[in-house]
Design a protein around this ligand. Structure first.
Ligand code: IPM
Ligand code: MG
Length: 357
């Protein structure tokens, strides 16, 4: 029997609540499946750790993570620590340090979860957004000078490298090729940003040559928001820069009903380092501790983690269980239900145990 080692980093806000729920459903899938085992080690890194130690994770944090098969991550962010510290202290160093350059964000309208769009229903908005996750607008290059003076200046430089753009384009074309429609939309802003985004477009066209069976088109990011809203059926796989995809994936989550259900996978496709799986929703301190956090995003990202580990049957079973429970209306208040995190979790565990799921 295969044993996978999982590093769980629940971190801040509702992170611990949804990660605990996620680990419970994973344990249920593991028992039901019987073909593999998960060996989970939990790390107490995050904003509380920062308040005690002055850093979000230990200096050798990345070294501690490297031996694991995957990382199951909650959320970072606390009301009393600046966001750029929490983010650049934990999540971004993990993504960048472990070269998780492909960020995968699937969307789908889950039965039982209401979309704000009029003419779509369950099964629609079946998209995968591929987000460049290692450079672009999040490269961290820049600085500030003349602090506090009227001439104060700050720069935030976007970096687009040939290697970085080419590898994310290849990943996106491969993803499009693996899906039934074999259709990719490349998001850009090369009309206004005439250096990095033009390189981005050129490399997209070059890589497309190697994928003759994939149809592709190009959209300016502003027009893309309109297409996602007014013509959502015209999309399938989408690739965009770090910042563009950050914004578009929030829109995708909202159109699919709630950010509470949106998952994400930070993938190192070569498998040189562990990949990291997390809900998109963030720490949500307004509802922390109330027991009403939506665990569906954490469950869905657990599905992505099982797929990544090669446990496709277990992944599919967990996804079916989640869809079954949502369709029955057992959902948390953010998507219009009245259930608590615990009730949704127990219902999913019940569905996993039942013989016909
Ligand atoms: C996301 C989040 C993060 C991001 C935040 C927490 C900085 O919005 O994963 O989409 O912008 O990358
Ligand atoms: Mg975001």
């Amino acid at each position: 029997m295969k044993t996978y080692t999982i590093a769980a980093i629940p971190a801040d806000g509702i992170g611990p609540e949804v990660i605990e729920a996620g680990l419970q459903v994973l344990a249920a899938v593991e028992r039901r499946d019987g073909g593999f085992a998960l060996d989970v080690q939990t790390f107490d890194w995050g904003s509380q750790f920062y308040k005690k130690h002055g850093e979000m994770m230990p200096a050798n944090g990345l070294e501690q993570l490297k031996p694991f098969d995957a990382i199951f991550f909650g959320a970072v962010g606390a009301p009393d620590v600046p966001d750029h510290i929490t983010l650049w202290g934990l999540r971004l160093p993990i993504c960048q340090g472990l070269d998780q350059y492909a960020n995968v964000r699937p969307t789908k309208i889950i039965p039982g979860i209401k979309t704000p769009l009029a003419n779509v229903g369950p099964g629609d908005l079946d998209w995968v957004i591929i987000r460049e996750n290692s450079e672009g607008e999040y490269s961290g290059i820049g600085g500030r000078a003349h602090r506090g003076h009227p001439q104060e200046v700050a720069t935030e430089v976007s970096i687009f490298t040939r290697v970085g753009v080419e590898r994310i384009m290849r990943y996106a074309f491969r993803m499009a090729q693996s899906r039934p429609r074999k259709f990719l939309t490349v998001v850009t802003k090369s009309n206004a940003q005439r250096h990095g985004m033009v390189l981005w477009d050129e490399i997209a066209a070059e890589v497309a040559e190697d994928f003759p069976d994939v149809t592709w088109d190009k959209m300016l990011v502003d027009a893309m928001t309109v297409r996602m809203t007014l013509n959502p059926q015209s999309l399938d796989t989408i690739v965009a820069t770090n910042l563009h995809a950050d914004i578009l994936s929030d829109l995708a989550g909202a159109l699919a009903g709630s950010l509470g259900v949106a998952p994400t996978a930070n993938i190192n496709p070569e498998g040189l380092f562990p990949s990291m799986f997390e809900p998109i929703h963030g720490s949500a301190f307004d509802i922390t501790g109330k027991g009403i956090a939506n665990p569906v995003a954490a469950f869905w990202t657990a599905v992505q983690m099982l797929e990544h580990l090669g446990e496709a049957d277990a992944a599919a079973r967990l996804m079916r269980a989640v869809e079954h429970v949502c369709a029955k209306g057992i959902t948390t208040p953010d998507v219009g239900g009245t259930a608590k995190t615990k009730e949704v979790t127990e219902a999913v565990i019940g569905a996993i145990r039942s013989s016909n799921i």
